[in-house]
Ligand binder design. Sequence first.
Ligand code: TRP
Length: 325
Amino acid sequence: MSAPAAAPAADASAPDQTFLTDVLAGLSGDPKSLPCKYFYDAAGSRLFEAITALPEYYPTRIEAAIFRDQAEAIARFVGPGAVLIEFGSGNSEKSRVLLDACGEYVGALAAYVPQDISGPFLETVARRLRNEYPGLPVLPIIGDFTQPVTLPDLPPHRRRVGFFPGSTIGNFGPGAAAKVLRTFHDAVGPGGGLILGADLIKDGATLEAAYDDAAGVTAQFNRNLLTRINRELGADFPVDRFRHEARWNAEQSRVEMHLVADAPRTVTVAGRRFDFAEGESIHTENSYKFSRETLHALAAEAGFTIETIWTDPREQFAVAAMTAE
Ligand code: TRP
């Protein structure tokens, strides 16, 4: 899973106050919105995994192909004896090709540091990796990648290279994305590196299909946010009366996900009333798409210089290697 940080689970008897405050604030806005980090409860995380395997959802497959095709070049960018830090590592699946390639082409890493919000899961993954990569120090750290990173005790004087795949960077607005990259910059330090996966601008039909698949999995994923709000915050959204919509906003270079009311509706959340006009939407997520130019600009804003951008032959997805100034 490369999903952004999951919020801790709660139930209606002890509603998570931050979750409640965020939901009430989002629904009070004009236009209405909800924060995307709350997608990832247990059901949401499962649905997200299913999205990554959908025929329409090309990013996961194309990024994996770039990692495979460019494994040697990426390993050389990481360099011998470096510390590899994956931000929001989930099951660490995407790091394996890098760990293998480093072993094969440039020699062992000094350490692999997976960072994730879920502590117990992180330990399970770390144990498995230690078995599969004997001799590789696996030093997990619990944390939210939007916050400053506290690194474990690392071998001194080693190059540090961050890894942030999956175009998760695209789920942040331009200012917030630069801020996230800046925290990675501070974690790797001057001379350190970052390998960033980023989805590229393409035709609107391909983009909208990727976020609105024929099997309806992404629709389920989007609506699950309302199911979660009903369950954990005692709300009464008529979940199947909100239609999933993916809209390519070319001007802002982002795919927007919305939940659109089918008719005038009134919803109560923790005793507060929210009215929806027919066709009124809740904006639940953005997925920004990049060009080479906007990637260079974003990197520069966070104190990085891009060395190489690897893409697939059709230029659908990019993997950028950058150096911290
Ligand atoms: N960051 C990826 C993207 O924007 C994965 C992702 C996040 C996603 N939220 C999603 C994919 C919602 C589909 C639907 O593409």
